[in-house]
Write a new protein. Structure first.
Length: 291
């Protein structure tokens, strides 16, 4: 399986590069905005999905026609901001080998201020002229406030104290998701640090993995689940998943940020794009590989 050297994404906007000079992209935001996975160690990107005004959400393959040689993509890190650029140089032939058979990768040159350091949080990339990355705050998963918030949430999901003994909060990120001046907090939590392989173990409480958001509604904190699963140990647990955040961006131009997730299981991974509307998360588009 292809190894993920730097978990990353690229958000791209503009019209077809074969039809327009790069100078056009300095005139402000256009109607094409896309997300690409960025493989830092191999200097490659490939489409995840995007949005085209007048057409709607784009699949990974539909994004390909808007990507061309010379495109410059800003690299952005959660909690930091812009840290470098990726410049597309050429496309590789579609992969013929599983688990990523059929995937098209673009190779390019990378220049970053954090050379060789992916840090503890993913890097994303942005090509959206004149638009600054949304402000995010990465909080220590050991923060007592959010450790308690995770425990209270899990108990609300029916889990018992014995299930919480190995509880592992893997990520806490704060962001103003809806652009209303009030921050939301996302928490990723699993039944243990080794959740993706713990399904082989038969001892202990339940297996579980959640990504949820804490939001103030009418003066009270409420929780909204983007992803969640529970399994009994020792049985047929299916395919266990860990959902974490890879980034945020307003892809459809409605003033609210989409949530870009980094999803993994023990034999593969994926990226997903979700919108939050009317108190629910909706899957829009995404891409992944696995066996």
């Amino acid at each position: 399986m292809r190894q993920l050297a730097i978990t990353a994404l690229a958000l791209v906007s503009g019209c077809k590069l074969v039809d327009a000079p790069m100078s056009l992209f300095g005139l402000g935001r256009s109607d094409h905005r896309m997300v690409l996975a960025y493989w830092g160690g191999e200097s490659e990107v490939n489409p995840v999905g995007g949005y085209l005004e007048g057409q709607g959400w784009l699949s990974d393959s539909e994004c390909l026609e808007f990507i061309g040689k010379g495109m410059k993509i800003d690299l952005v890190k959660l909690g930091v901001g812009k840290v470098g650029t990726f410049t597309v140089d050429r496309f590789l032939p579609p992969s013929e080998e599983p688990p990523d058979e059929g995937t098209v990768y673009a190779r390019g040159a990378v220049k970053t201020r954090e050379e060789g350091d992916s840090g503890s949080e993913p890097i994303i990339g942005v090509f959206d002229p004149g638009i600054e990355p949304p402000k995010t705050e990465v909080i220590s998963p050991d923060n007592e406030t959010y450790q308690k918030a995770a425990r209270d949430f899990l108990k609300g999901q029916g889990l018992k104290e014995k299930d919480l003994k190995g509880m592992f909060v893997s990520q806490v990120v704060k962001v103003d998701l809806e652009g209303d001046g009030t921050d939301e907090v996302f928490i990723s939590v699993q039944s243990s640090e080794n959740y993706l392989t713990d399904f082989w173990e038969e001892e202990g409480g339940k297996l579980y993995s959640y990504l949820f958001m804490r939001k103030v509604v009418n003066g009270k904190v409420q929780t909204f689940v983007l992803y969640g699963e529970q399994y009994p140990r020792g049985g047929d647990v299916g395919m266990t998943l860990v959902f974490k955040l890879a980034g945020f961006w307003d892809l459809d131009g409605d003033g609210a940020l989409e949530v870009i997730t980094d999803e993994s299981y023990y034999e593969g991974f994926a990226f997903g794009i979700y919108s939050f509307e009317d108190g629910e998360f909706f899957y829009r588009t995404g891409w992944g590989i696995g066996v």
